[in-house]
Ligand binder design. Structure first.
Ligand SMILES: [Zn+2]
Length: 356
């Protein structure tokens, strides 16, 4: 009997390993409507000097203008260019033929998030309304895997994001647009953030400021240790629609800083340290030049997207050149690959993960 137990003990860990080789943590961060132009070139001179679109041109110039695109992008997004570009990879700089784009033709948000998470395009999905997505998504598939069960959550600024993953049916706790946090451990810090949000003017009807999304997400990561989290930021898109370029740039800079804070907090926590992959992307691009505020099927260029990957399992390839076109719908396969799960989109097409 003792012998049998000994044999079992020595075999069991091997079985466990074979079944669930990867037991990863994954943080997916989306930045709604942040253009590849700002990510890869920094602030754009013609827009930042237009006093109709910038409150204080002098201050904006001092803060964001530098002589070269490399200096400008590093000034705008210092964590992206100081850390992500050194530890991971970036896709989407069209100046060096690194191409990523939407497969859906709407170039608006809900269809973009749907494409990203379900891994397919459904041409009947063409509005931003908060209606539940009929298709199965990769986060739902993760939650059905024993390794990640009960450990997949999301926070978003914009209301429709959680509907894009039909979170209630998918069993993914989610909080968006002025909803209370979904953390299991409700701490005084979370309550304070919630109280502050209640006390703020509802500047946008169906979207709260990203600072609250960030604070909810960070506290939940620290206290609950979910293995997979989708954090969906929205300020950039709102300020762009309002054609307030200085606030759009500020939002890009702050989101970059939020990502730094999340990364540094998690890499100082034994549950996440060295076990976490980070994926950062957007739901659509925007127009060129004067069209920078807009996006949609009739806005040229707004199909352009980008991707950053870093952390566990990601090679330090830096800024990729001469590659693609990659499609946003490949993000679902990329997430499945990082988590080591099987995922087939509802249309039955198997896509390749984006190179990592
Ligand atoms: Zn928009």
């Amino acid at each position: 009997m003792k012998r049998i137990i000994l044999i079992l003990l020595s075999v069991l860990p091997l079985l466990a390993l074979a079944k669930g080789k990867q037991d990863n943590r994954l943080i997916v961060i989306t930045i709604d409507g942040l253009r590849w132009q700002e990510v890869f070139q920094g602030a754009e001179e013609n827009i930042m000097t237009d006093s109709k679109q910038v409150r204080d041109v002098k201050r904006c110039r001092e803060t964001y203008w530098r002589a070269t695109p490399e200096e400008r992008r590093e000034t705008l997004m210092p964590f992206t260019w100081g850390t992500i570009a050194k530890k991971g990879l970036l896709v989407g700089n069209r100046n060096v033929n690194s191409i990523m784009q939407l497969a859906n033709k709407t170039n608006i948000s809900y269809p973009g998030y749907s494409e990203m998470m379900t891994g397919m395009v459904d041409d009947s999905i063409r509005s931003n309304d908060p209606v539940n997505n009929p298709h199965r998504n990769v986060l739902e598939a993760a939650g059905e895997d024993p390794r990640y069960k009960g450990s997949v959550v999301m926070y978003g600024s914009w209301k429709s994001t959680r509907f894009a993953i039909h979170n209630e049916q998918a069993g993914i706790p989610a909080s968006v647009s002025y909803e209370p946090p979904i953390a299991k451990k409700q701490t005084p810090q979370l309550r304070l953030v919630e109280r502050m949000m209640e006390g703020m003017p509802r500047y946008w009807q169906s979207e709260h400021f990203d600072a609250f999304t960030f604070a909810y997400a960070l506290e939940t990561l620290k206290n609950d240790h979910p293995k997979v989290m989708w954090i969906s930021f929205g300020d950039c898109d709102e300020w762009a629609h309002a054609r307030k370029y200085d606030l759009y740039l500020d939002a890009a800079r702050e989101t970059d800083a939020f990502i730094r804070d999340i990364y540094e907090t998690l890499e100082a926590d034994r549950f996440y340290k060295g076990k976490t992959t980070y994926l950062v992307t957007c739901d659509h691009g925007r127009g060129f030049g004067n069209e920078w505020g807009s996006h949609g099927s009739s806005t040229k260029g707004s199909e352009a997207t980008w991707l950053m990957l870093f952390g566990k399992g990601i090679d330090a390839k830096g800024e990729t050149k001469e590659c693609g076109p990659f499609y946003t719908k490949q993000i679902a396969a990329t997430i499945a690959s990082i988590l080591g799960i099987d995922f087939t989109p509802d249309d039955g097409a198997t896509l390749l993960p984006i190179d990592h």
